[in-house]
Design a protein around this ligand. Sequence first.
Ligand SMILES: Cc1ncc(COP(=O)(O)O)c(C=O)c1O
Length: 326
Amino acid sequence: MKTTNAGGTVIDEPKSREAVKPAVHKATAAKRATKPSQIYVDGKFYAEGEAKVSVFDHGLLYGDGIFEGIRFYNGRVFRLEEHLERLWDSARSILLEIPMSQRAMTEALLETIRQNDLREGYIRLIVTRGVGNLGLNPEQCKTPSVIIITAQIALYPETVYRNGLSVVTCATRRTNPSALNPAVKSLNYLNNVMARIEANLAKADEALMLNDEGNVAECTADNVFIVKRGQIFTPPITAGALRGITRSVVFEIAAETGIKVSETDITRHDVFIADECFLTGTAAEIIPVVKADGRPIGTGKPGPITARMVARFREMTRETGTPIYS
Ligand SMILES: Cc1ncc(COP(=O)(O)O)c(C=O)c1O
């Protein structure tokens, strides 16, 4: 497998594919552990210690940019098209022009995984506004930067999927959509970071974030679902939730299994009296919640509908997706 240093291999548009020596995926775990991760920055691969952005990039100075977190399982990228659609939607919303086509982005992303010889993992795809001056006017930034990082990930240990996690309602409200719409997956996550700090201080696994009306919006990096009398409920996007890709998979699984899902306003009280609760996110996948603000949810153990969702989701992640190595 080709190792590239700073300024090494170049890939951008699909035609440049020939410029890249295709990576193979037979490296041993030991070889992987010693080899620095290869990171894509604006068409080139850099060893992780060499991958850098300018201190004048507005992504750093102002959180002006967008991102996606994407998973790949069993040699396939899960829901890649949906993630790219959402990235392009975020870009349109903040008037940022992604400097490549969706097809070229797909190829850059797949090649980054190949360069890192991985079959299972997580991708962080970032588009920053690019280099400008210290003023915040984005017109100063002529060329957005594209960064692709791969990593191996296990957000929670398997025991948490079996036993469930705890959430605490935080005082930090989810950003009001009229200030900064949470539907834009922007690099400005300070709102979520503040909520995460509250969860840490309360020794809870996650923070339940409410909107200005006091209804549940989402958690710091996950959508929220509750189950009551065999039906599933989740807050609408207008409550201040990201249009989660995993959230949409839950809708699909529910349709497959004949379980009704309603998008409806949910209060803390609804969470307290739910039979089951679970969170969804690319990193966390589908994960049961068994305690909210000190109250056990349902039996205090993950419920049967959640278990069914987790099992079917795992099947889908192993069997579907964009092939990386074919
Ligand atoms: C704030 C927020 N909500 C929800 C989600 C879940 O979305 P998805 O399932 O697309 O990862 C994420 C993660 O991307 C997130 O950052």
